[in-house]
Design a protein around this ligand. Structure first.
Ligand SMILES: Cc1ncc(COP(=O)(O)O)c(C=O)c1O
Length: 353
């Protein structure tokens, strides 16, 4: 039996929204003792990297609502898009199959790194059907066209950052509130989180507001600023709120209050998605002292933002900060070792040689 999620405990009328169990929750909260000492501030981490033993991170939280919707509509296949090393595509592949859903990935090239090749090998290992597309536009058109003509297919937007996916992080905010109430973590003043395709940050901002937690959110943008903007993040949060209020009109319309809770900062982006920054690489090394395994595309940049905010005095001495650790830390090497790249569709072989 699965325990009722905090979102439904707080708003029982939302139980009519389809939901399936994916994530091992609550994910732990831990003090980052080493970093706290180094910077002279109290810093905690929310270990969403441990959200699942096969493949965790932030994505599975979104699937609890997204896959449930697909299943409720009688769909058999998930079609989604990303770059060849997409974390979202891998998380989709790993978790969708538990529900009998087959994953089809429409991918474009990206800068090759060991992590990218590891994910690509795992897409295949866990049974994804792989399609290599010429560019972003082709990728989306191909996936959407297939979904349109094949009625057993369900299209999942980039990063599963739909209003439904966002509800996964509204729930996560209520989970954090429970941990605060249980004295597992002090109520944070600031929460640092990566902003990529938006739903993680959008859901947290909305959830913290509804849960009446004082925490302000600093979103560190790691994708093009025109996409991962504050405006787009708030727009997504408001769409998620609309879904909630359609089911339960007693939920307050907090849409006008979200703005003051959120900063989105692209100062640590480095100008290009997927490119490392020197500060991000340094943050990865520093985080190892607190037992965290970060990477340079998302979480390294976000922690570098937190460190810089503290160094620049943007976090006061009394402030408690929490870093949202959103990249799966599960070991994939055992799956990679069992995968021969020559078994992938031919178009993908060039990335491995
Ligand atoms: C590891 C990791 N952290 C954070 C993010 C950002 O989350 P979101 O896409 O919901 O903005 C992503 C994906 O973009 C990710 O793969």
């Amino acid at each position: 039996m699965t325990q009722e999620i905090p979102l439904f405990q707080n708003y029982p009328k939302l139980k009519t929204i389809p939901w399936v169990f994916v994530v091992n929750v609550p994910t732990p909260v831990e003090k980052m003792k080493h970093l706290s000492k180094k910077l002279g501030r109290e810093i905690w981490v929310k270990r969403d990297d441990l959200s699942h033993e096969v493949y965790g991170g932030n994505k599975p939280r979104k699937y609890e609502f997204v896959f449930a919707d697909a299943l409720a509509k009688g769909k058999k296949k998930i079609l989604t898009i990303g770059s060849i090393g997409t974390n979202h595509g891998l998380a989709t592949t790993v978790h969708a199959r538990r529900f009998g859903l087959e994953t089809h990935l429409y991918l474009i090239e990206q800068k090759i790194s060991p992590e990218v090749l590891e994910n690509l090998a795992c897409h295949h290992y866990f049974g994804a059907k792989l399609n290599l597309m010429r560019n972003q536009k082709h990728r989306k058109i191909a996936a959407k066209t297939k979904a349109f003509f094949d009625r057993s297919s369900y299209f999942v937007t980039m990063g599963a950052s739909s209003p439904l996916g966002t509800l996964g992080f509204v729930n996560a905010a209520f989970e954090l509130k429970e941990q605060i109430q249980n004295n597992e973590i002090p109520e944070p003043d600031k929460l640092f989180v990566t902003v990529g395709s938006l739903a993680t940050c959008a859901g947290l901002v909305l959830g913290l507001e509804l849960a009446n937690v004082k925490t302000k959110v600093v979103g560190i943008g790691v994708t093009d600023p025109s996409w991962s903007s504050k405006e787009n993040t708030l727009e997504l949060a408001v769409k998620a709120l609309e879904i909630m209020r359609q089911k339960d009109s007693s939920i307050p319309d907090v849409s006008q209050k979200l703005e003051e809770r959120l900063i989105v900062d692209h100062s640590y982006f480095g100008g290009k998605y997927g490119e490392p920054t020197p500060e991000g690489l340094k943050a990865i090394e520093i985080a190892k002292n607190d037992g965290l395994d970060l990477e340079y595309v998302y979480t390294g940049k976000t922690l570098s933002g937190l460190i810089d905010y503290i160094r620049k005095g943007k976090v006061s001495e009394e402030d408690v900060s929490v870093f949202w650790s959103s990249k799966s830390s599960a070991d994939l090497s055992k799956y990679v070792n069992k995968t021969d790249y020559q078994d992938l569709p031919k178009k993908f072989h060039k990335f491995f040689v």
